[in-house]
Every structure is written in C-alpha cells, then in structure tokens.
Design a protein around this ligand. Structure first.
Ligand SMILES: [Zn+2]
Length: 429
C-alpha cells in the first residue's frame, strides 16, 4: 500500500514534511517526497491530511469501559480510598468473562478512534481471574491494536485472590505473548499488598524477566500506609523487594518526593502521569518537575492521548510551571519511547524500517505547521475528532472513520446489554 500526498510529522525530534510512505506487511519500507506507485499497489491519496505516529496510552483499565453512566454510590465517596471501595472495587468484582471481553472490545475501539495504537492495560476482575488476560488479548487483537497486559495482584480479595492474580500474570507471561501483545507483572498498590505478596511478585518479575506495573502514591493514604507497614517510603519499599527494575511502571507518583522520584528513575523505572484521573479523584498536584522518564496514561477514562496531553499542559500551567509546554509535549513523546523499548521496535518513527503504526488526521491548520511549532498544533489544535484512519502493524483498523476489523454497532449493542448485567450485580454485591 502507498500512502501519498500526506504531511508526515514525527514528534521525537519534531519533523514535518510532505511525504509518501510505502507499507509492506507490518512495516514502512520506503519514504520519499513523492513515491511512484508500483504495479498492483493500492494507493491511498491522503490529500494533504496529517499523518502522525499512533499514540500510546501508558496506563489504562479497559475493564472500566462499561462504567460510563453507571449509578453512583448512595453516599458520595469522601476520600480516595472510599472511591475505590464504593465504586471501582464493586465494579471489578461484578465483571465476568463476557463483560471483560466486551470491555476490551469497547475500549480498544475507542482507542482506535482516538488514534491510539498501543495500550498498557492494568486489569482486575476478581470473580474471573484465570484466563482473563487471554480474554482481554483476544478482544484487543480482534480490534487490531498492540497492548501490554497485566493482572492487578492485590490482597484485598484474600490470599486465594492474591495467589490467583500472581498465577494469572505468570501464566500469561509464559504463553500469552504474540506479535501485538506483551505481558507485565501487575500489582494494585503498596497499601493492598503485604511484604509476602511483594516477594511473590518479585519472584514473578525475576522468573519472567518482565517488570512491574503498579499504582504508587496516587493518594497520600498510600504513603501513610507504607510508613506504618515498613517504616520507609514507597520507592524504598519496592526497591527492598527487588521490584524496582528496568521499565517498572510507577503510575501517578503524586505524593512521591523529588529524591524518591530521581532514585526510582535512576533505577530504570518510568513514571506514568495521569493528570485527568488525578483531577477526577482530587488527589493533588503531581511533582511533574521531577518526572524525567515519563509517559501519559488515561487511567481508564478513555484513550484520548491528545486530551490527556492538553490537560497535562493546563494542569502544569495551573500549578505555575513555566516550561509546561515543552514538558507536556515530551510526556506525549515519552509514550513512544516506552512502547519502543517494550516492543523492541522503533515505534514513534515513520521511516523505512519502522512499524506501520500511524494515525491519519483530517487536520487543515489555519496557521503554518512547521517543526518549530508542531507542539503548538498538537497541544492546541488537534483532537480526536480529526482522526480519520488508524493503522497498526500495516493494517488499517480504522479506515475513513469506520472500524474494519469488528462490527462496531453490534459490539456496542452487546456492551449495553452486558453493562446492565454488571450494574445489577454491583448493586447486589
Ligand atoms: Zn490506574
């Protein structure tokens, strides 16, 4: 396939030029100002549309896809921990195999419609643990996206639930990997994990040569709990248990100190910043100035990385940060760096030899679009309504605003029915 007449922009470093891209199989095999079609080649004339690398959502919860519009608790939660207890831990217990599968389909469809091609998911379904990651992989791969999956290990459902969580991570890491899907070891958060549980997770990390995906210091309650449990800070607790390794994903980090963040990142960890979620849960302002190896996550809200980047920018400005513009752009770029490292592929590049993971946007800028001002267009001009087509590994999963891989209307109809069942079970739990 030949994509021609596009403005091709990459973010790391900013580069903007008119170019054609030749796709063969999963890969971009040629790039030039104007490539001539080969015999029998399908030509897609993009008529000046903007092509960017597909976006990366570095922390999400696909299982929350059926939560939209669900009835809230009788009494509004008064704290972060009450939000978990009254909302999310009731929802995840109500999930069964069908609702996990449909959540995966719905979440992946919305990601494709947002130009997001890689999802780092953190999954929980305590009533359906064994086989849940394979179910999620089936859904995400049916839509056609890349993902990095893990199961959220926690003590909150008893030792049986904890052991099943560890086992699910291990089983998926042993057999679940495919061209589009990788595994990690998932953990909820320090405040729901005893020392023994952290040791089990560390063994799984060591045995599988994977890394940990964990919520850290999202709320101050996690910091207070860690002090009481171990007499240390959160980073030190993870480090003592051998859980701070290359590409450990520390999600949120709102209440970590600067020195803790620097230590963690020096050990190879990534910080995943979720500014919209932090606002939604009123957990505070993340110390973004100490975020060096950082990517953006939506924490289950959706997979709209342009919206997340814009809010990251606005929230940093709101907190008085003067270099927020460059910092927010760098956080979006961080997703590509993280995904490239995880998959061992040059994701984020649109040159010959790079995977054909890209998004086509119907974006006609009202002002010049250059390498110097690309960040301004990304943070203030683009939004997901511009997404026309999304390609993953050479396959157009969204083409001219239509899903090519699944019957979207049928999925949404099934999801609405399943959501009613989930909400009813939540009431009865
Ligand atoms: Zn989360």
């Amino acid at each position: 396939m030949l994509l021609k007449n596009a403005t091709v922009a990459t973010l790391d470093p900013p580069r903007v030029e008119k170019a054609s891209l030749r796709i063969d199989g999963e890969t971009i095999v040629a790039r030039g100002p104007s490539l001539a079609p080969a015999a029998g080649e399908e030509v897609l004339d993009l008529e000046g549309a903007l092509v960017l690398p597909g976006f990366v959502n570095a922390h999400t919860h696909l299982y929350s896809a059926l939560a939209r519009g669900m009835p809230g608790p009788a009494e509004p939660p008064k704290s972060f921990v009450e939000i978990l207890e009254k909302v999310w831990w009731r929802l995840d217990r109500a999930l069964d195999e069908e609702s996990v599968y449909l959540s995966g389909l719905v979440g992946a469809i919305e990601a494709a419609r947002s130009g997001t091609t890689v999802l780092f998911d953190h999954h929980a379904s305590p009533s359906f643990i064994e086989g849940s990651l394979a179910t999620l992989r089936r859904a995400v791969e049916e839509v056609g996206l890349r993902s990095v999956l893990c199961y959220e290990t926690t003590d909150r459902n008893g030792l049986g639930g904890r052991d099943a969580g560890v086992a699910e991570n291990r089983a998926f890491l042993a057999t679940g990997r495919s061209a589009l899907t990788l595994g990690m070891v998932g953990a909820h958060a320090s405040f729901t994990l005893a020392d023994e549980s952290l040791d089990l997770l560390a063994e799984a990390v060591r045995d599988s040569n994977a890394s940990l995906h964990v919520h850290v210091a999202e709320d101050r309650a996690d910091v207070v709990d860690c002090r009481a449990r171990s007499g240390t800070g959160l980073v030190e607790r993870l480090e003592r248990h051998g859980l701070l390794v290359r590409r450990t994903l520390l999600v949120h980090g709102v209440h970590l100190s600067g020195p803790e963040l620097l230590d963690a990142q020096a050990a190879g960890a990534w910080v995943i910043h979720c500014p919209r979620s932090n606002m939604n849960n009123a957990v505070g302002y993340a110390p973004t100035a100490a975020f060096e190896r950082v990517a953006l996550g939506t924490d289950g809200l959706d997979s709209d990385m342009l919206a997340e980047a814009r809010v990251a920018f606005l929230k940093m400005r709101d907190a008085g940060r003067v270099d927020a513009f460059a910092a927010a752009f760098d956080m979006l770029v961080g997703g590509h760096r993280l995904a490239a490292a995880a998959f061992g592929l040059p994701l984020g590049r649109l040159d010959a030899g790079a995977p054909a993971d890209l998004v086509v946007l119907d974006y006609r800028p009202p002002t010049p679009l250059t390498e110097e001002n690309l960040a301004g267009h990304v943070l203030f001009g683009l939004d997901r309504s511009h997404v026309r087509s999304t390609m993953v590994a050479g396959r157009l999963v969204l083409r001219n605003r239509k899903l090519t891989t699944v019957d979207e209307a049928a999925v949404l109809a099934s999801a609405r029915t399943a959501a009613e069942g989930v909400w009813k079970r939540m009431r009865d739990l």
